[in-house]
Write a protein that binds this ligand. Sequence first.
Ligand code: THU
Length: 135
Amino acid sequence: MDYNELSKLADKARENSYCIYSDFSVGAALLTKGGKVYKGCNIENASYPAGICAERTAFVKAISEGEKEFAAIAIAGGPKGERSNDAYPCGICRQFMNEFVKGDEFDVIVVHNDMSYSVHKLSELLPYSFGPESL
Ligand code: THU
């Protein structure tokens, strides 16, 4: 699975976004080292903090199915009907993902409005992280 394909799946995952409060739909496509893809979208809630981001939805789906090794995640998002240029993962998602991957080995692919994308290591987005090895 190349990152172009993964980016398209992330964009597709936006279709199921439940974002009636923000109207900002986000999709994620998480690639395991074994080549499987888990998609996720943001799911909001009338009690706002109870909502969950697309990236964590994808990780929760994968982890709960027994997946343990992850290669990359693609993220696409923006106001409904548009694609933002910079749908970077929020701080909570960066921390959440850091629990399950090695930051310097895991690629975060941010999909831009023209479907081009930027690739970052998670360690670039979350330097000096606090993780399982810190305890
Ligand atoms: N959102 C994500 O799904 N991922 C992020 O990394 C940033 C924000 C969602 C949360 C909320 O449903 C909407 O985008 C607006 O913040």
